[in-house]
Every structure is written in C-alpha cells, then in structure tokens.
Design a protein around this ligand. Sequence first.
Ligand code: CUA
Length: 324
Amino acid sequence: MTMTNAVMGAAGEHMHHQISVFNAQSPQAESIVHLFYVDLAISAVIFLTVTALVIAAVIRFRARPGDAEPYQDPGNPRLETLWTVIPALILLGLLILTARTMLAVNPPVGDRKANVVVMAHQWWWEYRYPSGVITANELHIPTGTNWLLSIQSADVIHDFWVPSLGAKMDAIPGHPNVLWITAQTPGTYQGTCAEYCGAEHAMMGIRVIVQSPEEFVRWEQGQLHLPVAPAGEEIERGARLFADKTCLNCHRINGTKAVAGVGPDLTHLADRDTIGSDLLANNLTNLTRWIADPQAIKPACNMPALRLTGVEAHDIAVYLESLK
Ligand code: CUA
C-alpha cells in the first residue's frame, strides 16, 4: 500500500517498531502479552482434553448393528456438580490473573500529576504537556520514565491504543482516564483509535516517538520556542493567506494571531513526520494536496475544502512547512 510506504519513509532517523501486541516494548505491554500466553496455554489444555474425550467417546460408544436401546441415564448429581465446579474454579483463576495484570499495568495514581494530557478529537489526537507545549498526532515520550498519560476526549468516545507500549484506554468526554507507559527502547511506535468513533475512525492513527531523556528535553525546549518569522515571498504570501482564508478560526500558531484550538496546533508543524493523524508523510506535496481538499483524502473530516486556487494552497503549505 503506497500510503503506508509514504508514512514509513517519513520516519527518518527513528527506528520503526513493528506494530504488534507480541512485540512488547514496555513492562506494561510485557505483562499483557504474558497474560495472553498463560490464558492461551490454559485454553489449549482444555480444548485438547475435551476434543480427545469427545473423539474417544464417539469411537468407544458408537452404535453397532444389533445393539439394544442403550441405558437412559436420568442424571448424576455428583458428576454434574463436578463439571460445574471445575470450570468455575478455572474462571476464578483467570479472573485473579487478569486482575493482577490490570493492577500491574495500571497501578493507582495517587496524587501524581500526568506527564501529558492526551485529548482525543474526531479524528486526531492532541497532546498537552505541563510545560505548555501543545502538539498533535505525534506523542513524544522519554525512555526509562514511568510516564503518566491522562486520556481525555473533546467530543465522542475514542480509545488510545499503542499495542507495543501498553494497554488500551478509553477516552471518554468528561471522565479522564489514566494510562502508564514505561518505554524502554527509543524509536517510533504506531497505534490507532480502538473504539469506533465515526466516519474516520480508521484514519485516526497514533505515532509515539520514544526518545532518550536528553533528546526529549531538547525536543520539548525546541517546541517552546516561537517558530521563525515568515521570510521570503512565498512564505509571506502563505502567512497572509493563512490569516485571510479563515485557517486561523480553527488552528493555533504561537506568536501569530492564530490562537484557536479546534484543529491541530500548527506551531511546529514542519517538525512532524506525518500529517492527517499518521496518514500521509509530511512533505510539501502532501500538505498542498491536503490544504487544497482535505475531504478528498479524509472524507467527512472536520476541515473543509476552502476553494483555494492551486497557487494559494501551495503558498500556505510552503508557509506551514517553514514552521520549525
Ligand atoms: Cu477515534 Cu475511533
């Protein structure tokens, strides 16, 4: 699929980790996959035992020519009690294992403050750090830290899920949930919204960029700086169009008149690998296409096509790609 390739190619310097629950890259994801293997082993033993007994009974007790009517058993209270109690005990065991894993994956938070607020929107993700940094779709976290995410939603119920890093967590309007991630290995991890949330649920990708603590601090400090002022004819024209064509009714670019928080913050858009929520590689061609007609790329998304000319869309894209 060319779209996926385009995004993969955009990862640049970051190592790309395979998206799989079996590729656990945090203690939380390891606990979950371990529980899966234990459950699978218990289920396999039960499945093989029951299947073997059924096959044995079919062969041993099959009707033979000349057989009389077999004995009609009216019931056996002892056996029936036994085969009710045994499954109940197995289920109780699985419940205990599950509860232990849930506690290990998401221990009580106490009065600990979240390291980042994850705000889900139809159909993209916003990340707000206590330092004041606000970014979209690409979550940066450092390695080796018990990172606490506050999972929230601005509209409908979504679900934040990065299989290699941790549990699924619902994003419910008005009810913040918490999620712990202790990332071990730097690199890029992908995930997706895991709760059906409308037309573009399938295009609500998550990208997590795990960095060493030093790199993370450098990234965060960089995000706090204002982007360079527009310089050059195309960029200046693009900046003017951004203000005139109502882009600023929805988007924020720090240091400019654009202060709205409806759509993604674009202050440092050029630093991101992707656009459209992990949908397209972030480059001038894709961004121009997106600005000219977002509905053609992500139908029903909340950004309208503003009937721009090709040159106008290009100039706005050039301006946005200058925002580092
Ligand atoms: Cu957001 Cu599904």
